[in-house]
Design a protein around this ligand. Sequence first.
Ligand code: NAD
Ligand code: MG
Length: 388
Amino acid sequence: MAHRRLSLFGATGSVGQSTLDLVRRAGADWQLSVLTANSDVAELARLAREFRPDIAVIADEARHGELRDALADTGIAVAAGADALVEAAARPADLVMAAIVGCAGLAPTMAALEAGHDVALANKEALVSAGDLMTAAARKSGAMILPVDSEHNAIFQCLAGGRIDQVRRIILTASGGPFRTMAAADMARVTPAQAVAHPTWSMGAKISVDSATMMNKGLELIEAHHLFPVGLDRIEILVHPQSVIHSLVEYIDCSTLAQLGSPDMRIPIASALAWPQRMATPCTPLDLASIARLDFEVPDEARFPATALCRAAIAEGGARPAQLNAANEVAVAAFLAGRISFTAIVDTVRRVIDADAPAAPASLQDIFSVDAASRAAAQSFVDQYEHA
Ligand code: NAD
Ligand code: MG
């Protein structure tokens, strides 16, 4: 394979590190075009020295000088700030890995799609907030969106076995998170440390908390709706605690295809990096005999109301998913900072949704306005909890 140019947004994160682990092993197959991080200059500089991108971008503008000094002798260009991220996303690349967490990744991901770059998409919050705009931008420029989220990557792989108009059902599997069997009454007291200790996956803090509330599965339902337009009522959620089957596609003939693998993000990342080829990974192959059994449960929406909130938000459409996502980002950050209880996360999201019905967004700018208003509303509910 001739070398391909990769731009990696969110290089210092969990998905970013897994991506670079594969790139490191693939050696000369890849040339880095862009590496970015939010604020960790030392780690970004270290990665830039190892992977030699054309440019390293730090989102935190105040760190520009620090990054320039750290890479002064390397010939690697440096830039800082939100606009620099957007400019970097349009630079020449064969593939852009969107691995920033949160709606902060939306503007660069859109810029990559508008430039016609294929995007390996981990950044689900961008698609949740602006799915219609993103899929329209991809259609217009001819860019592909290659799903990295393990469930969506599984569905993408299963769809190679048929046509989307022959799909009867998509079944999104969910581990159920660390509190799958916990009584509702005990959930108000769980700590951030308990919530980020995911039973099967090792991930960044935000998505780990989302997995614990099952908001992650709700966001993934919205994500699936945009990526695989089979109709919302054809997308179901199934709890599968072992995280071995990453999702399933049932066709009209009642033949069901599933994708299986060890719970290691390097497997779906490798699938997106190499598509339509395959690349070797160092991951542990499945040993089904030692796993011995796979379990399945219907999700309990009484204890985990987030998935129903998400289903209602995408059914309504318009600005609802962006509003929901922004409120959730604020609530998760408040929970991680010890400011609100675990159960207050989803309550905050619900209160924000109940308090205001923003008009349907027509542009990216409208999405950012909805996002900002929802953050402010969520912040005021968080303050009320804190002072209650
Ligand atoms: P993480 O917190 O480990 O890393 C986030 C990355 O984004 C870091 O490089 C950070 O520097 C950067 N970043 C954070 N805030 C930023 C901002 N305001 N501006 C610019 N850059 C910023 O997160 P992660 O677990 O790697 O997840 C990344 C994305 O991938 C999320 O959308 C998540 O839902 C999705 N995802 C992750 C996994 C996983 O296993 N970690 C699995 C599926 C999907
Ligand atoms: Mg997932």
